[in-house]
Design a binder for this molecule. Structure first.
Ligand code: B1M
Length: 239
C-alpha cells in the first residue's frame, strides 16, 4: 500500500505545482495586457523580458499578453470608451513589447531565402500589424526592408527595383486607404515589373476577394500565415 499512497501524493504535488506555475504565468500575461492598455511602454518591455526569462513561449507572450491587451483597447476604441491618445500610447507599448520579443523569434544564423519590402500604404499610419508581419518574415529567413507607414505606391515600386525585392508587402487598416493597394499593383505594371514581384496584401479590412479584385497575388489574414506564404513563394523560385 505504502508505495501506492506515496505515488498518489507525488502525482498530487506535481499537479499542484503545475497549476501554480500556470497561475503565475497567467498573472504575468494579464499584467502585460493591463500595462499595455494603460500605455506603460517601459513596464511592458520589462515584463515581456521577465516572461522570456521565465521560459514563457514567444507565441504565448504575443497572443495572451500583448495582442490580448491590444484587442481590449481596439474594442474600447470602437465603443468610444477610449480615444486616439490612449490608443496611441497603447500602440507604442505594443511595439516596444514586440521589439523585446524579437531576439526570441529571429535567429541571426538563418539563411536568407528572399527579399521583401513592406509598408503601410499612403494615408495610413497603423503599423502594429505591419511590424508583426515584418518580424515573422524575418524569423523565417526573409530580408525585409521596412518602408514604414504612409508609403506611396511609387516608393514600393522604386524600392523593389533598386533593392531587387521579390516581394512587395502592403498593409492597410483603413477602408479609406485599402484602395491604395490597387495603385501599387498598377504602379508595378506601369514600371514593367509586375511579373517580377509577388504582391502580398493584408490588414483588418482586406479580404481574399479584395486581393483578387485588385490583381494582387496573395492575401493572408495574419502575420504568421503571411510569413509562411512568403517563404512558400521564395522556395518556389529556388525550385
Ligand atoms: Co485607428 N482605426 N485610427 N488608430 N485603430 C482602426 C483601424 C479602426 C478599425 C478603429 C475602430 O474600430 N473604429 C478604425 C478604422 C475604421 C475604418 O476604416 N472603417 C480606425 C480609425 C477610424 C482611425 C482614425 C481615423 C481615428 C481618428 O483619427 N479619428 C486614425 C487614422 C490615422 C491614419 O492612419 N491616418 C486612427 C489612428 C490610430 C492610432 C494612431 C491612434 C493607432 C495606430 C498606432 C500605430 O499603429 N502605431 C490606432 C489603432 C491602434 C487602431 C486599432 C484600435 C488597433 C489596430 C491594431 O494595431 N491592431 C484599430 C481597431 C481594429 O483594428 N479593430 C483601429 C492590432 C494588430 C496586430 O492588428 O493591424 O489588424 P492588425 O494586423 C493583423 C492583421 O490585420 C494582419 O496581421 C496582423 C495580425 O497578425 N496584417 C497583415 C496586417 N497587415 C498585414 C499585411 C499582410 C498580411 C497580414 O501582408 C502584407
Amino acid at each position: 500500500m505504502k508505495p501506492l499512497v506515496h505515488g498518489i501524493i507525488t502525482i498530487n504535488i506535481n499537479h499542484s505545482f503545475k497549476r501554480m506555475e500556470e497561475e503565475i504565468t497567467m498573472d504575468l500575461l494579464n499584467e502585460i495586457s493591463e500595462l499595455l492598455q494603460k500605455g506603460k511602454a517601459k513596464n511592458v518591455k520589462m515584463l515581456v523580458q521577465q516572461a522570456i526569462d521565465e521560459g514563457i513561449s514567444a507565441q504565448r507572450i504575443l497572443e495572451e499578453g500583448l495582442l490580448a491587451g491590444m484587442d481590449i483597447i481596439s474594442k474600447k476604441f470602437k465603443n468610444n470608451e477610449v480615444f486616439v491618445p490612449e490608443v496611441l500610447v497603447a500602440a507604442r507599448a505594443m511595439n516596444m513589447g514586440t521589439e523585446a520579443l524579437k531576439p526570441l523569434l529571429i535567429d541571426e544564423g538563418v539563411e536568407v531565402i528572399g527579399k521583401a519590402c513592406i509598408g503601410t500604404v499612403k494615408g495610413d499610419l497603423h503599423d502594429i500589424g505591419k511590424n508583426l508581419v515584418k518580424m515573422m518574415m524575418e524569423s523565417k529567413g526573409l530580408e525585409v526592408i521596412d518602408l514604414g507607414t504612409d508609403v506611396a505606391p511609387e516608393t514600393f515600386v522604386q524600392t523593389a527595383i533598386e533593392q531587387k525585392c521579390q516581394l512587395i508587402c502592403c498593409s492597410a487598416l483603413l477602408t479609406t486607404t485599402m484602395g491604395v493597394m490597387e495603385e501599387v499593383v498598377k504602379a508595378t505594371e506601369a514600371a514593367g515589373i509586375r511579373d517580377q514581384v509577388f504582391i502580398m496584401v493584408g490588414g483588418a479590412p482586406v479580404t481574399e476577394e479584395f486581393c483578387k479584385h485588385i490583381g494582387a497575388d496573395c492575401y493572408t489574414p495574419d502575420a504568421a500565415s503571411a510569413a509562411e506564404a512568403a517563404v512558400a513563394y521564395c522556395q518556389s523560385l529556388l525550385a
